[in-house]
Ligand binder design. Structure first.
Ligand code: SAH
Length: 368
């Protein structure tokens, strides 16, 4: 039997540790670009040339997870497109087809072990009407997941820091890139960080290339997520500090015999926050898109001192899958119990940490 590629879904269901109940940080980021998304679609989408000639408008959310975040994103896109379509209907169309309204295909993409059941059970009214048809697309977005020339607006948020895998070298004790003492890409220099950078560039290039094929000429790709200013290393941000602390808890657990030290040494998160220039470079290299918007946005919680409970729940919902994939089941409760205790003893000094960055990007597929 063919094995599925590695994937690390967010915590499923709707229990206390689920992504649904612990994704308000991502939700705040999505809300902060809601108006910008509307404006971009209104200004940049062009019905009268490409991309739209028929009556079915196709929207895809790549790495949708499940729950309110993806519904809000897709709902916002649909409402904006509908409004624009009504406003721009030509007089001739109004006379010919006074009642005809736009219909939508909405494609929810994520890895096959994402909780698609919860997603489809909780579809809001807007997305389950007879004018809006929802589909699940279970596959890695680092390859093609939809037919060529089929999507008018693609969207992805808080996804592209997830690599297709941790670079092999960083978990290999015989490699100069062996990342023995940490579970993440901590710094800006060195072999390990270089291996992460190479993996990110390869993955991001694959993502952009696949979307270039799936989008219709003139179609829009809206991307938001997290990166780092060029001179900031992951470990100097609060997120990096917290991830290192989770790594320390794993090493403590190895000392107590709950797991083995080699298991922790070979564990590396498949996560990389690119520097802004790396991000821009990969997009430009593809050559199929014009960068219409690429800007920094302020995360609404950027200046807040987040509570320890909030931090523990957020990271548990996100890392549950990836940690179980490497260590097997059974250590999550203990790990996050230890993490909560460590955070109480060593609270994050948010004022001392450097800031990571949120980006908002809108690409338009060239009409060659
Ligand atoms: N977009 C949602 C979810 C972000 S969490 C939001 O903004 O709230 C990141 C999601 O990306 C997870 O659901 C994870 O499974 C998905 N993901 C990560 N790598 C992926 C890949 N290669 N292909 C498809 N989905 C992926």
């Amino acid at each position: 039997m063919a094995t599925l590629p590695l994937s690390y879904p967010m915590s499923g269901g709707d229990g206390p540790h689920s992504y649904v109940r612990n994704s308000s940080y991502q939700k705040a980021a999505i809300d902060s670009v809601k108006e910008k998304t509307k404006e971009a679609i209104s200004k940049i989408l062009d019905f009268h040339n490409q991309p739209f000639k028929g009556e079915v408008f196709r929207v895809a959310d790549f790495g949708c997870s499940f729950g309110q975040n993806t519904f809000d994103v897709v709902g916002n896109i649909i409402q904006t497109v509908e409004l624009k379509h009504k406003q721009e209907k030509t007089e001739e169309e109004k006379i010919k087809n006074p009642k005809k309204e736009l219909e939508f295909h909405v494609f929810f993409n994520d890895q096959p072990n994402n909780d698609f059941n919860t997603l489809f059970k909780t579809l809001p009214l807007l997305l389950s009407t007879r004018r809006c048809f929802a589909y699940g697309v279970p596959s890695s977005f680092y390859g093609r997941v939809l037919p060529r020339n089929s999507i008018h607006i693609g969207h992805t948020s808080y996804t592209l820091h997830w690599l297709s895998k941790a670079p092999e070298d960083v978990g290999d004790r015989n490699s100069p890139a062996w990342n023995k003492d940490s579970i993440q890409c901590t710094s800006l220099v060195g072999e390990a960080s270089n291996a992460y950078r190479v993996q990110f560039k390869r993955d991001m290039a694959d993502f952009i290339e696949a979307r270039a094929e799936e989008l219709v000429p003139g179609g829009l790709m809206i991307i938001s997520g997290q990166c780092l200013p060029d001179d900031v290393s992951m470990v100097s941000t609060w997120k990096g500090v917290v991830i290192d602390m989770i790594g320390d808890c794993l090493f403590d657990m190895a000392k107590s015999g709950v797991t083995r030290e080699e298991m922790v040494e070979s564990f590396n998160l498949p996560i990389y926050f690119p520097n802004t220039s790396e991000l821009e470079e990969v997009i430009e290299q593809n050559g199929c898109f014009r960068i219409e918007i690429m800007e920094e946005v302020k995360h609404p919680m950027e200046d807040e001192t987040l509570s320890n409970d909030f931090i523990v729940s957020k990271f548990r919902a996100i890392f549950h899958g990836v940690i179980e994939e490497h260590f097997g089941g059974g250590l999550i409760d203990e790990l996050f119990g230890r993490f909560a205790k460590k955070l109480t003893s060593y609270p994050v000094d948010f004022k001392k940490c450097r800031k990571d960055m949120q980006y908002f990007i809108v690409l338009k597929r060239y009409v060659f």
